[in-house]
Design a protein around this ligand. Sequence first.
Ligand code: HEC
Ligand code: HEC
Length: 507
Amino acid sequence: MNYPVWFLPAIGGGTLIAFIAIVHVFVSHFAVGGGAYLIALEKKAYKEESEEMLSITKRFAKFFILLTMVFGSITGVGIWFITALVNPGGISFLIHNFVFGWAAEWVFFVLEIIAAFVYYYTFGKMDRKTHLKIGWIYFISAWMSLFLITGIIDFMLTPGKWLQHHSFWLGFFNPSFFPSVFFRTFMSFLMAGVFGLFVLSFYKNSEAKEKFVKYSSLWVIISIVLMVPFALWYVSVLPVEAKSLVMGKSPEIVRTTKVIITSSIIAFVLGLIVYLKPSLNKAYIAAIIFLAGFFIIGSFEWTREAARRPYVINKVMYSNMIFEKDLPKLQKEGFLKNAKWVSVRNITEENKRLAGKEIFIHQCYACHTIGGFNNDIKEKAKSMSYTALTKYIEKIHKVRYFMPPFAGNEEEAKALAAFIAGDLLGKEIKEVEKAKLDGKTIFEDNCSSCHEPEEFEDLISGWDKAKIRKALDMLEKLNPEMPPYNGTPQEKDTLTEYLFKLSGGVK
Ligand code: HEC
Ligand code: HEC
């Protein structure tokens, strides 16, 4: 509302962010875990007095440094670039509150880069103790970046007491901060182990390789075990709404949580097999473990983002950059009058659909594409008529908690419905007079957002009219997902007749 929207109808900003975020998160956790992993390998090589182990460690060091310095920095800048374009409102809010957190992160990043270069270029040329110390500086500064960014990222999910006091420290050390820092630390160790197994699978067989395979598989299995309690702690501190989304209210999130659990089990079992028999660390096994690691981290980040819905900053700002505190005003005075980046201020018959489009861009596009593969509004709304959509939009947040409340007045809801039903779905736009409602229309207006008419053949098969009529008085009791139906008794009778017909009557 206060910023223009970068409108890419078929792709959606969310997809862009997801794309770069998953790559960056993978690389950045890699960098942190890699620091600790290199120190551990180097120490092991000294203990075993093995030149070969040392040379493998040095080769790993070169790869880690290239990866973090080049790929890590590019995607790291890229992620803030893209998020700032897709959600300028959210990023601006974070910068205004956490600018010193970011500044500190940059200091540690510079330290990390310097330590990484010194570590690699003095490998084998410096005395062992000092060289390991440089390794520690590299690891600790990388970990400090994780520590600092976690404070800001998890603030978005659980602002906690910040909501009352607006203090930097309360926001930074928010309720999910510690579980998240520990969870991510072990996830970064997991990434290092997963990487080690993968690269080692291409090396020629030797005693040194076998020892490192065994050692790296320990990093995988122990990290997974240690991630579990922190994952549970993480979920336990989520606000009620986010918890219920994760635990079942959002089918999409539940699917992703299953991916995390399955991938962890796969990585754990294969890691254990490789530990017991290092010669089994073939390229394809190591590739499966690697992919499982990628799925764990990708799905975890996606879930954390999705659990915030409908907010970008929980309880403060919705995903569509509208502040929660502005809602009453926008619903009373109207959205278009208050928004900065729209062309229509007053809705007329002629500009109604254009106004609807502008409202869509500012309020729905944050999560819905138009004709894209991801959450396509044309697909999602295809069963709904103009009147059904109008009613749906007005109570959108009540029906579906994960969507923000509609921030506009009745006229604007109608304009938005006219754009979706008329321009996007090619349906007829006409106002229905209340008195003339027939069963089909009542159904479309109130039930079609969740039910297809055909479902009722099974759903209420064998119900008589009295039972159907009674059910209409207490839909919310039949299933907690259903909102109560507030029709007049006469409308309920009409709907009963219609549903009875759909069910195929009493058999
Ligand atoms: C915060 C993200 C978000 C925003 C903003 C959002 N939606 Fe949705 N919407 C979703 C998700 C996610 C689904 C589908 C969930 C599924 O299919 O499991 C959905 C589903 C729908 C559906 C299908 C019916 C249903 O209840 O599943 C309609 C219609 C819809 N949205 C309309 C809108 C309109 C109109 C707006 C703008 C006023 C909007 N949405 C804004 C996330 C959002
Ligand atoms: C927000 C979504 C939503 C809306 C709107 C909705 N329902 Fe449902 N309804 C559900 C869900 C979820 C179920 C569980 C069964 C299923 O998965 O279909 C259900 C189940 C039912 C059942 C079977 C109940 C039982 O005990 O087996 C009936 C009857 C029903 N709905 C009627 C309606 C009618 C009539 C309307 C419109 C006035 C309506 N629903 C609107 C989500 C909804």
